[in-house]
Write a protein that binds this ligand. Structure first.
Ligand code: ADP
Ligand code: MG
Length: 320
């Protein structure tokens, strides 16, 4: 007997009712009832993940669940928000219990790390598609916008860039070692930089998460802020795994500059706050690297170790 819609929700999604301070009512009624405490602003974002577009068809159901939530949490991180709840609109071609069980295990593995309750959703039949909406809280006036960068600010990036794109480039490669596994881990289970975003509330002038590639995403910040920037190719943070396998990539620099899906944060920081930034990120044990400087002249420029211009392609994934 196939599972009914209500049995499916109960078995795989409603079972893990987390107690959360701002959730008055979660799954089970026509709407969830959510509270925004006084002095706090609600940040809301929604993203859809589609098989073959946002993740490879052969990705495991647990990774699909984990990643679908991670990419949404990354948007909250980029605003400096603390995640508060999420909803899930799931379209599946059939009620495959093995798939649902693994998908929900991956999804809740990440949700539980942030004590994040699933407060509602929808289930429909059709080609696999996962829409997740997240809500998070920011103290009033503290949201990190794309529009705040000023000439003279330093440009920073968390973690390392190009790892997820490197994993895509290595797909189908017969060799599998620890560095391969690490890069695929970055593609399949990105780490949303929530704690980093919350620390940046008091430090950064602008912030974005790197989902479409550094050139494209930093470009959005510069455009919104009405400024430009110069970044230094040799400063861009590369992971040890990436460096170990770098000679296998046709254009490693292009992966670092233009590769998406890393979900690191790229932010701009006024010079007088840089010492504090280093101290706070050391406490967090989150790597953060200065990659360049904001300039008054619009546009993004990149220089190599000899100070020569590196041509930048208009990178970034575009759906249309
Ligand atoms: P309605 O028809 O009133 O929209 P539904 O039958 O779609 O209600 O859903 C019943 C309850 O289950 C609602 O509270 C809804 O938010 C919740 N729900 C439905 N699908 C999901 C899901 N995939 N994950 C979590 N909650 C869900
Ligand atoms: Mg409904």
């Amino acid at each position: 007997m196939a599972l009914s819609e209500f049995e499916l929700i109960e078995r795989y999604f409603a079972g893990r009712r987390a107690v959360a301070p701002n959730v008055l009512l979660g799954i089970g009624d026509d709407c969830a009832l959510l509270k925004v405490p006084p002095g706090m602003t609600l940040a809301v974002s929604v993203d859809t993940s589609i098989a073959g577009v946002h993740f490879p068809d052969d990705m495991s159901p647990a990774d699909v669940g984990y990643r679908s939530l991670a990419v949404n949490l990354s948007d909250l991180a980029a605003m400096g928000a603390e995640p508060s709840w999420f909803t899930l609109a799931l379209t599946i071609s059939r009620a495959d219990e093995a798939w649902l069980s693994e998908f929900s295990a991956g999804l809740f593995e990440l949700a539980e790390r942030f004590s994040l309750p699933l407060v509602g959703g929808d289930v429909t039949r059709g080609p696999l598609s996962i829409s997740i909406q997240v809500g998070g809280l920011i103290p009033d006036g503290k949201a990190l916008l794309r529009s705040g960068a000023r000439a003279g600010d330093a440009v920073y990036a968390t973690g390392s860039l190009g790892d997820a794109a490197a994993a895509l480039a290595l797909r189908g490669d017969a060799q599998v070692g620890p560095s391969h596994r690490e890069l695929f881990g970055r593609l399949h289970r990105p780490t949303p930089r929530i704690e980093a975003g919350m620390v940046l509330r008091d430090l950064a002038s602008a912030c974005i998460d790197v989902s479409d590639g550094l050139v494209a995403d930093l470009g959005h910040v510069l455009k919104r802020s009405g400024v430009g920037a110069r970044i230094e190719l040799q400063c861009l943070p590369r992971s040890a795994a990436f460096r170990e396998l770098a000679e296998q990539f046709a254009e490693p620099d292009a992966l670092v500059l233009g590769g998406g899906d890393d979900y690191e944060l790229c932010c701009t920081v006024p010079p007088e706050r840089e010492v504090l930034l280093q101290a706070r990120f050391a406490e967090l044990q989150c790597p953060i690297t200065r990659i360049g400087r904001v300039e008054a002249e619009p546009g993004l420029r990149c220089v190599d170790a000899r100070g020569e211009d590196v041509p930048l392609r208009d990178a970034g994934y575009r759906h249309f």
